[in-house]
Design a protein around this ligand. Structure first.
Ligand code: AQP
Length: 338
């Protein structure tokens, strides 16, 4: 059976980009593949965060994943820091990846330049206060994937470059140390692969970087969803046309409509003569998409005991797989086994 692995950071509240770019594929994949999904809490330490809120955010993220439709009886849901092989394999891979590769990662350059560090310093990654972990994050992500012999990694388009790095590192390690890792393939959805911020439509919607008014949260009440969509930035023209370069705001709305209600963005555009009508339909489609998720969320989030039990069972299974892969990698790397 094909193995699938993917992850989400408990770095903030889940948004439409997470749902459309990743979670929907996760839910579908769990029925067809051996699927493992990981709440990547170690990745959430790479930016400034509140230690007193992280554990709660991790549980809430688990509740959100169950609400979108993950079934713990069908897939394996676990927390990254509960499986100690993730940082252990990271070291072997850090000794495989190169500085040049990591320096090319656009997400690092972007976040470092935005001053996502304790001191607020920016400077394209050269600021002394940018965390080393933000720089090496893609190697930890490679370890997350390679530990589970994942064939397929369902992610949004923003993770394409990191996935490519995981593949390169696996191929290099295999070439140098002998066949050890499965080389993974990215699985990027055809609709909703890159949901853009409604206020800054040239920037992806994100938990940590987007504007609050430009980010539709999975748990936003209907009236808030409608308000955010109504206020979405478009342009000074009035023609509804799908052209992501020239008309990023309108095209993002068409992408959202296509992802939420079906259809092709360019064809959908033909049905509209005003931005207002398009926004109304996008808002209706999003509200209809999110309502059942919000109902399920309310049912699962209250029972922290049940959430912890699901995560403990998931970690137990994940650890069995990860420990075997780590041992194989350590042997291949030539370490003396205890
Ligand atoms: N805007 C998006 N459109 C489509 N897919 C997206 N994903 C994230 N943003 C979009 C996909 O969601 C999964 C989990 O991603 P994440 O937790 O790493 O991303 P985030 O919500 O963007 O959170 P952060 O903390 O701000 O992280 P960065 O900016 O580092 O990604 C992934 O499959 C991702 O592709």
């Amino acid at each position: 059976m094909t193995r699938v692995l993917s992850g989400v950071q408990p770095s903030g509240e889940m948004h439409l980009g997470n749902y459309l770019g990743a979670f929907r594929s996760w839910v579908a994949d769990q029925h067809e593949h051996d699927a493992l999904y990981c709440i990547v809490d170690l990745h959430a330490l790479t930016l400034d965060y509140d230690p007193s809120a992280l554990a709660e955010r991790t549980l809430v993220t688990a509740a959100c994943l169950l609400a979108v439709g993950l079934d713990p009886a069908t897939c394996t849901l676990f927390v990254q820091s509960h499986v100690p092989e993730h940082p252990r394999l990271t070291w072997l891979l850090e000794c495989t990846a190169t500085m040049g590769e990591l320096q090319r990662m656009t997400q690092f350059k972007d976040k470092a330049a935005r001053g996502h560090d304790d001191g607020g310093g920016g400077g394209g990654g050269e600021a002394p206060s940018v965390r080393v972990g933000l720089f090496t994050y893609p190697v930890l992500m490679a370890a997350d994937i390679l530990l589970y012999d994942a064939d397929r990694v369902p992610v949004g388009d923003d993770q394409r470059q990191h996935l490519e790095l995981a593949r390169d590192v696996a191929i290099r390690f295999n070439g140098r140390c002998g066949d050890t890792f499965v080389v993974p393939e990215a699985a990027i959805p055809s609709a909703g692969a890159r949901v853009m911020d409604l206020q800054e439509p040239t920037r992806k919607m994100s938990k940590t970087v987007s504007s609050p008014q430009g980010t539709v949260l999975v748990l936003d009440p209907p009236e808030v969803v409608r308000r955010k969509v109504r206020r979405a930035v478009t342009d000074t023209e009035s023609e509804v046309r799908y052209d992501p370069k020239a008309k990023p705001g309108v095209s993002n709305l068409l992408d959202l409509l296509a992802a939420a209600a079906g259809g092709e963005p360019a064809r959908l555009a033909e049905g509209y003569t005003t931005y207002g009508a398009l926004k109304d339909d996008v808002a209706d489609a999003l509200v209809a998409l999110l309502e059942p998720v919000q109902q399920r969320y309310a049912e699962v989030v209250a029972d922290h005991g049940a959430l912890r039990r699901i995560l403990a069972a998931g970690a137990e299974r994940a650890h069995l797989i990860a420990a075997a892969t780590y041992e194989r990698a350590a042997r291949s790397a030539g370490l003396l086994m205890p």
